[in-house]
Structures are given as structure tokens and as C-alpha cells.
Design a protein around this ligand. Structure first.
Ligand SMILES: Nc1ncnc2c1ncn2[C@@H]1O[C@H](COP(=O)(O)OP(=O)(O)OP(=O)(O)O)[C@@H](O)[C@H]1O
Length: 231
């Protein structure tokens, strides 16, 4: 459903992502792994259109999205949860969720009830400002807000960063359930190997902007993780 083919991205003259290719199918949950600064966030930003491709192409459900604007990619069905959550702290939980649905063909009340089945905690905090929630709750709100658009694919940048282990496991279970029940594929940049193994069915490792290893998640051996991921 998402095809990333020979994608390269530059910052000025410096090449940060180089000829990256992968395909994501409906049933996939792809984890993208790699040490700090190897180009993972840059790759995600180029998929959602916040950065331009230098070379390569992106196809979503057969439609070429390589050159369309970010809001058009969003309307085509790509949702993104950025690193560091970036909910709007001054707005209430309800207002953050309303924002997620804005400009998308969803019925807010119907979709929000569905989202509460996955994130029940949010329904208890609707009138509170996003900024006063715990880190784990803010991450759940960020994911829920992205899902309010009823996307065809969900892309997440380090969703477990700075989150308590028990909440990480809750988020993994919730994402996995949504992915399987709603048939929404996931693309997740992650550093947390335990989470990656729990949620992914495929992996891709990036080093200096290029793909150096990939496979099904059970092929992600300790030797591979030691070679490419440990510091
Ligand atoms: N706006 C920018 N302008 C110039 N260089 C940048 C910019 N953003 C990131 N970089 C550089 O590009 C490289 C890749 O950064 P990127 O954030 O994509 O890596 P990452 O793998 O996501 O790392 P992390 O895990 O730390 O988030 C790094 O060397 C970084 O310093």
C-alpha cells in the first residue's frame, strides 16, 4: 500500500537519506531502527512531505504522492505522530481530538467513541488541558489525535521515548490492537528493541542514511542488534 522507492533526501548539499526503498503492506507493522542521527526522522519527514525528496518516489495505494503537499498527503490517508508528541498543551484533550478530525471526512462523535475504546483514559480527561497530562497520557493523546483522521496508514517517530515502561507496554498493546482490528499498517521509528519486537512484523535498519539490514522481525537477532544498534 505504501511504496518507498530509491528515496534520497539532502539538507543543502549534505545527503542524509540515500536510496532507501521499502514496501509496506496492509498487514505490516514495520519498525525502522538505527542509532541516533542516521536519518530516521528525516526519512519519515520526507514521506509525509515536510521535506522534499532529492530523488526517488512515494506511492500510496497506487497513487504517486512524491510531490504533493503535506496536507494533501494527510488527506490521502497518511497520519503522523512526531517525535516528542507535540500535542497542543494549551488546548483541552477534547480540542486536541477535534483538531485531529478537522479537514477529514470523519464524523467526530462516531470516531471519538471508537477512539475511546482504544484509549479509555482520554475520555476521563476530556476537559483538562493536554499540557497537564502525564508523558504517557500525552503520547496516547498524540496517537489518538492522529487516528481521529481515520488514516489508511499511521507513521510514528519514537513513540516510547521518555515514557514509563508500564505505559510503553500499554501503548504497544493498544497500537497492535488498532493495527490488527482496523487493518491500518504501521511504520514506527524506534530505539526500544523490546517494543520493536513486540509490535513489529518487519524491521529495517538504517546506518548513515542507507538500509543496511532488513527482514521479518524474527530475523532480528541479537547479533544484528549488537552490530548496528548498540552504542
Ligand atoms: N534541519 C536540519 N538541517 C541540517 N541537518 C539536519 C537537520 N535535521 C537533522 N539534520 C542532520 O541530519 C542527520 C540525520 O538526522 P535525523 O534527525 O534524521 O536522525 P535520526 O536517525 O532520526 O536521529 P535521532 O534518533 O537522534 O532522532 C543528523 O546528522 C542531523 O544532525
Amino acid at each position: 500500500m505504501l511504496k518507498v522507492e530509491n528515496v534520497s533526501v539532502n539538507y543543502g548539499k549534505s545527503r542524509v537519506v540515500s536510496e532507501v526503498s521499502f514496501h509496506v503492506k496492509k498487514e505490516d507493522s514495520l519498525v525502522i531502527l538505527g542509532r541516533n542521527g542516521v536519518g530516521k526522522t528525516t526519512l519519515l519527514k520526507s514521506i509525509i512531505g515536510l521535506l522534499n525528496l532529492k530523488e526517488g518516489s512515494l506511492t500510496l495505494e497506487g497513487k504517486d504522492i512524491s510531490r504533493i503537499k503535506t496536507f494533501e498527503r494527510s488527506q490521502s490517508g497518511i497520519a503522523y505522530v512526531p517525535q516528542g508528541r507535540e500535542i497542543i498543551p494549551q488546548l483541552t484533550v477534547q480540542e486536541n481530538l477535534e483538531l485531529g478530525a478537522m479537514a477529514h471526512a470523519v464524523q467526530y462523535h462516531k470516531k471519538v467513541e471508537e477512539i475511546f475504546e482504544y484509549f479509555p483514559i482520554l475520555s476521563q480527561h476530556l476537559k483538562r488541558k493536554g499540557g497537564v497530562l502525564s508523558g504517557g497520557q500525552q503520547q496516547q493523546l498524540a496517537i489518538a489525535r492522529a487516528l481521529m483522521a481515520d488514516p489508511q496508514i499511521l507513521i510514528l517517530d519514537e513513540p516510547t521515548e521518555g515514557i514509563q515502561p508500564n505505559t510503553v507496554s500499554e501503548i504497544a498493546n493498544t497500537l497492535d490492537r488498532y493495527h490488527k482490528e482496523k487493518k491500518v499498517p504501521l511504520v514506527i521509528v524506534e530505539q526500544n528493541l523490546k517494543f520493536a519486537r513486540k509490535i513489529g512484523n518487519k524491521f529495517l535498519i538504517i546506518q548513515k542514511g542507507t538500509v543496511v539490514n532488513k527482514g521479518s522481525i524474527d530475523e532480528l537477532t541479537d547479533d544484528i542488534s549488537k552490530k548496528y544498534l548498540s552504542v
